[in-house]
Design a protein around this ligand. Sequence first.
Ligand code: FE2
Length: 335
Amino acid sequence: MAATKAWCRCPTNGMTNRTDRRKFLAQLGAAGLASAFTTVPGAFAQALVTTPEQTEGPYYPITLPLDTDNDLLVINSNITPAIGKIAYLSGRILDSSGSPIRDAHVEIWHADNTGAYIHPSSMGYATRDQNFQGFGRFLTSSTGEYLFRTIVPGLYTGRTRHIHMKIKVAGRQDLTTQVYFEGEPMNSSDGVLQGIRNTQQRSSVIVPFTAVTGSSVNAGAGVFDVVLGVTPASAVTLAITNTTAAERTPAFRAGDSWRLSLAGASAGSRIYLHLWRDGADLGVSGPYGDFADDNGGWTVTGSFGSRDVGTWRLQAVIGAATSETVSGPISITIA
Ligand SMILES: [Fe+2]
């Protein structure tokens, strides 16, 4: 099977001019995908459901591959493509009113055909498919559209089939989420997917991948529209300080004291915390201590012990455990 790098509109090479935009649209047609943007039932209704935040997981690349374009099937100008069923993932990045967002940086990363990531902690890293790019990115134009060509990810222990996605837009919190394949038997038992409490949000991240009409190779295409929430980046902020040794923040050692500070909540709100430890989503706990004060602030202090060692992410959840008013997640390490 021949595979060539067809085009790229990615942040690294700055190919954002009109010529490349025309190539992008031509390529959509050539792939039989032009209809995908217009014929998916319920695409608009789905667009009004805010895309849920999901754990980043432990395999976001430590070192980005040399090629980070939106074609994960082929690395640079290699002849040999990745092994696996070809998958096109496309969609739009939208604001909460359904308007497309320009200049959104869309990143995806996922396992190869054998379930291995381009991350040294991944099982099978040493024997992974060297022709699979593993990570790619795309910069949206005024239509908010993105497109990736990749493969259907392999399964690895403990998870259903999924693609990780991160969306970066200037002036907003990054959104990290995951995309799932409709009809996968393990979807119903996947802890991360089923951890999305809101049923509309949960179904919004499960995408049908349908056969690409006229494709000469075994390929499927899925459409995933991303709706960013209404909460602006600066609304609620969470910060943690190492009060034993401030210069070590965000690193801590067992025995260090900490101060957790929240700003920007509504006065009188109850405060909950969403916690992840070593990539595992521990869910939302609380409420904690006092209510937010007159300025929407809240502070709590404590110290870490040896049982807390690990890599943690913390996110404030305001008002109720299921509230969508959240801070951006912060990461700390405790050694
Ligand atoms: Fe994963």
